[in-house]
Design a binder for this molecule. Structure first.
Ligand code: ADP
Ligand code: ZN
Length: 287
């Protein structure tokens, strides 16, 4: 039996299941203070006999096994969670292998193993929600270097009519600062889900996402691109993404038909938690 935690800024999803993506039980816990949230997480898992636990966490996190702060959440704007030793907190209560990666890397692993990129040794998973983040499988492995990638904070050219300053506390008008849910809301004065029929909104959103995808395609050449997160429930943005991407790529690289290359998650909103079960399975195998 495997345990999984998808740790987000607003809620933690905890599940117990197996490496085929079967979930036996799942709960949601609000993200408050580490002591309280982790107390509930541990209480939930104590009811099961677990062989390993996988964590897909919001970040930035320290994923370098050589680092003294491996397993920590690092420079998050959520002060209570800054420098929180996540893996250590789990290991104090459970003497099992623990897998630890970003929420989006977990989702990429889930999609590459059981979802829209099943059978492929390469894919990119991007979430457009409260923030923008991306995880990647490259040559069959989760992409990791000095640390994990932070593709949501790359810079994009401004849309000619966009005068919005941007919302990223670190870079202002990076991709996340211009195109994540809170940026849409602040720019247009309404939540993204209340702007459904505003073509301009989705054309601009598509323009920014397409630029980011263009760069990811040129650098990583992923075999499949999966777009998840709350904002991507607005399916009308996809044709705008395709339109702008086609124009920008300008036939320089040959890509599959865009509607089959850039898709929604095959595991729907379970990509992250199922991916975290797979992180647990990997940790168990590496033991
Ligand atoms: P999180 O990123 O916090 O894990 P979400 O992926 O749901 O959670 O992202 C939340 C953001 O996405 C908010 O800015 C919200 O306005 C936006 N959002 C959530 N659901 C929708 C929807 N159905 N349509 C458009 N925007 C949405
Ligand atoms: Zn940024």
């Amino acid at each position: 039996m495997l345990g999984a935690i998808e740790a987000g800024g607003t809620k933690f999803v905890c599940a117990v299941g197996d490496e085929s993506g079967n979930i036996v039980e799942l709960i949601q816990i609000p993200t408050t203070e580490p002591e309280q949230t982790m107390g509930e997480v541990i209480q939930f898992f104590k009811r099961f006999d677990l062989d390993a636990i996988g964590i897909g966490s919001f970040g930035p996190i320290d994923v370098n096994p050589e680092s003294p702060t491996y397993g920590y959440i690092t420079s998050t704007p959520k002060m209570a969670w800054r420098n929180f030793p996540f893996v250590q907190a789990i290991k104090e209560s459970f003497a099992v292998p623990v897998g630890f990666n970003t929420d989006v890397n977990a989702a990429a692993l889930g999609e590459a193993t059981l979802g829209a990129a099943k059978g492929l040794d390469s894919c990119l998973y991007i979430t457009v929600g409260t923030g923008i983040g991306a995880g990647a499988i490259v040559q069959g492995k989760l992409l990791q270097g000095l640390s994990h990638p932070e593709m949501g904070h790359t810079f994009v050219r401004r849309h000619p009519i966009d005068s919005y300053a941007g919302k990223c506390p670190y870079h202002r008008d990076c991709l996340e600062g211009l195109a994540a849910g809170p940026a849409i809301e602040e720019r247009w004065g309404k939540k993204a889900k209340d702007l459904v029929d505003q073509e301009q909104v989705w054309d601009m959103e598509g323009y920014y996402i397409a630029q980011a995808l263009m760069q990811y395609i040129l650098i990583l050449s992923p075999k499949k691109i999966i777009l998840g997160g709350g904002v991507m429930n607005q399916k009308q943005v996809f044709p705008y993404i395709f339109h702008h991407l086609k124009e920008m790529i300008n036939d320089y690289v040959s890509l599959p038909e865009l509607f089959s290359y850039i898709v929604s998650p095959g595991l729907e909103n379970k990509a992250g938690i199922i991916g975290s079960l797979l992180l647990a399975h990997q940790a168990l195998q590496e033991k």
